[in-house]
Ligand binder design. Structure first.
Ligand code: SF4
Ligand code: SF4
Length: 70
């Protein structure tokens, strides 16, 4: 399964590396490196907290519940 079909994913562009998503993640699954947030799907529980926390609208979910899917 690629990132586009996963329930929560981070867009390749638009991230400013503010780490709000990293701080919001209760599972330690969100990592920000080089101004790009990435999800470790081995840890992600698809709670949507990161999508809610991101002020740039970079994190999306397949169902459009937490943030609009693009
Ligand atoms: S959906 Fe939840 S567990 Fe997954 S990366 Fe976002 S905050 Fe972390
Ligand atoms: S909250 Fe959004 S802009 Fe900030 S690091 Fe996470 S994905 Fe990037």
């Amino acid at each position: 399964m690629d990132d586009e079909t996963r329930r929560i994913w981070v867009a390749d562009t638009g991230c400013i590396g503010c780490r709000l998503c990293e701080r919001a993640c209760p599972a330690g699954a969100m990592r920000v490196e080089d101004r790009q947030a990435r999800i470790d799907y081995a840890l992600c529980i698809a709670c949507g907290m990161c999508a809610t926390a991101c002020r740039k609208g970079v994190i999306h979910d397949a169902l459009g519940i937490y943030a609009p899917a693009h």
